[in-house]
Design a protein around this ligand. Structure first.
Ligand code: ADP
Length: 181
């Protein structure tokens, strides 16, 4: 199954993705996660992307398109894919359509999540993430058992650098300026 999941920051793409992955044996490809991993590993792509990400701005299309195409050619995508956070601009959508056809993996299903701005602000500013296992919490809606500690693996929870009200505004503007649906 070839699936796209779309929606602004805090819409619940991660949570919905987990549910989808229970049904389908496909890799979860989140461009945000891939970029953060590149930043952590200090790759050339990570160095190029970091400034945009810290500012809440979109990373240039050509970097993202190349990263996704390379990922879709990996063997685990034979079974399909769940693409999360891509395409996010018209240029990416056009490039994606072309590459997906070329490599024989056209999209079969698209999920678009819509959530009010106030709810997004609440979800994003309260979001806490486990840097080790990726578990996601919310300080009020889904707190960990011990404050600041991951229930799954005991690591110290963190707040994403761009999960502040100011950054969220920029991210939402970016999303609206480029929205595809
Ligand atoms: P959000 O839901 O806030 O956009 P993501 O984890 O999906 O969070 O992305 C984090 C950041 O990574 C974005 O603010 C942007 O800088 C960059 N990014 C992720 N996906 C894309 C994309 N498809 N195009 C451009 N930039 C992207």
């Amino acid at each position: 199954m070839n699936i796209l999941i779309m929606g602004p920051a805090g819409a619940g793409k991660g949570t919905m993705s987990d549910l989808i992955l229970r049904e389908f044996d496909i890799p979860h490809i989140s461009t945000g996660d891939m970029l953060r991993e590149n930043v952590r590993n200090n790759t050339e792509l990570g160095q190029q992307a970091q400034q945009y990400m810290n500012a809440g701005k979109l990373v240039p299309d050509e970097l993202i398109n190349a990263m996704v195409e390379q990922r879709l050619l990996e063997p685990d995508c034979q079974k399909g894919y769940l693409l999360d956070g891509f395409p996010r601009t018209l240029v990416q959508a056009q490039a994606f359509e072309e590459m997906a056809d070329r490599i024989g993996k056209p999209v079969e299903s698209v999920l678009a999540l819509e959530v009010s701005f106030d709810t997004l602000v609440d979800r994003i500013t309260g979001r806490r993430i486990c840097p080790k296992c990726g578990a996601i919490y919310h300080v009020r809606n889904k707190p960990s058992k011990a404050e600041g500690i991951c229930d799954e693996c005991g690591s110290e929870l963190q707040q994403r650098k761009d999960d502040t009200v100011e950054q969220l505004k920029v991210r939402m503007e970016e999303y609206d300026d480029h929205r595809l649906l």
